[in-house]
Design a protein around this ligand. Structure first.
Ligand code: NAP
Length: 342
């Protein structure tokens, strides 16, 4: 692990660099707070009214048990592409279906700034790095996989809803030295908050592990509108989850990941330890938002098609979730109450 516990960042000193976190919603705001608290020079690009609240009162972090960790006023807010001037490290924390749009927004600024850029992806899903490489062939891509949980309680106020492991690693060949400097400072900042963090040379293994867990839980929980623990209690839901994980594991093995391992045991353990949680796909449907299905189950279906592996359970989940996203849900007064049952 690459961690120097004695490193303290002093903004403006020779070991500081400017970083931008683009798409600072729940998880981006949590990491913005943690990094800025440890002295990194952080600018966020966030939606209104979150951005305005941060500029007026600072960014507040609250622990899961309700303890307020204070408002940080050293986080700057800005808009793309202006904030990328002199930016050395760009962290992107939008939902994965918004990644391509944000890459298009930043492209002109990054092309004219110093190269090669370091782009840090703080997201779930498969294939994200390939998208970045299409726009920035020379960029160093760093990937973060975290099981910490965050939510925005109100504008300018983020809750650290669950503590968990974080893995960070470089996905690119010939990485820029700045990527290692960033990783060292990232790990130091998480250590300072007593959070488990590990640098890894096999970050894709962790990306796949997380995707397999998401495949076993998210779509099933979202379709049946149940918290994670209910899947474990119901033999029918558990059967669907098992089949989804089986297909995804076969695809992972074909791609050279999770060799000799099957993600089913860990998926069931996560259902147990997060039994009361409503997964993120279910929360997205609740809010009428688009889900990340295409980059989770959809990615398995698409690799399956390319490699001749049959993935009928994952294909069905993609269709069902897209059905939920697009159906015009009837309001109560639209229901037929005439008593007919057909
Ligand atoms: N939250 C967690 O606990 C957690 C934990 C682990 C991993 N993750 C993963 O992290 C990623 C982000 O999740 P999240 O929960 O933080 O999502 P989120 O709360 O929706 O945050 C993303 C933010 O980015 C904004 N955004 C999208 N496009 C933008 C653009 N072009 N410019 C500026 N802002 C833009 C979104 O605004 P709009 O909504 O208005 O588009 C939203 O405020 C996902 O892949 C998720 O699976 C999340």
């Amino acid at each position: 692990m690459l961690v120097n516990l004695n490193v303290t960042m002093v903004p403006g000193s020779s070991n500081s660099f400017k970083m931008v976190i683009a798409g600072a919603g729940s998880i981006g705001s949590l990491f913005a707070w943690i990094l800025a608290k440890n002295g990194l020079d952080v600018t966020v690009v966030a939606r209104e009214p979150h951005s305005n609240a941060i500029m007026s009162h600072g960014l507040v972090l609250q622990d899961r048990d309700g303890v307020n960790q204070g408002a940080l006023k050293n986080i700057t807010c800005g808009t793309l592409p202006e904030v990328l001037k002199n930016c050395s490290v760009l962290m992107i924390s939008v939902k994965v279906h918004d990644l391509e749009a944000i890459l298009q927004e930043i492209e002109p600024a990054f092309i004219t700034s110093q190269d090669p850029p370091v782009i840090v992806l703080l997201q779930n899903g498969l294939g994200n790095e390939r998208m970045v490489e299409r726009y920035y062939p020379g960029a160093t891509v760093v990937r973060i996989v975290t099981s910490n949980g965050a939510m925005l309680a109100s504008p300018g106020h983020v809750v650290h809803a669950g503590r968990g492991n974080t893995f960070i690693g470089i996905s690119s060949k010939d990485p820029s030295p700045l990527a290692s400097t960033f990783i060292e400072q990232f790990c130091t900042a998480l250590y300072a908050r007593d959070l488990h963090v590990q640098e890894t040379s096999s970050i894709q293994e962790h990306v796949w592990k997380k995707v397999i867990i998401n495949i076993g839980i998210n779509a099933v929980g979202a379709i049946f509108q149940v918290p994670n623990g209910k899947i474990l209690e119901n033999q029918h839901l558990l059967h669907v989850s098992r089949e989804l994980v089986k297909e995804a594991t076969e695809v992972a093995h074909q791609q050279g990941y999770l060799s000799g391992r099957d993600g089913w045991g860990v998926t069931k353990r996560v259902m147990q330890t997060t039994a009361k949680n409503r997964n993120s796909m279910l929360q997205d449907l609740d809010k009428g938002k688009k889900t990340e299905i295409d980059f989770i189950n959809g990615a398995i279906s698409s690799i399956g098609r390319e490699t001749g592996i049959s993935t009928p359970w994952n294909d069905a989940m993609v269709e069902l979730i897209h059905g939920f996203e697009t159906i015009d849900h009837p309001r109560d007064q639209d229901h037929d109450t005439s008593g007919r049952t057909h």
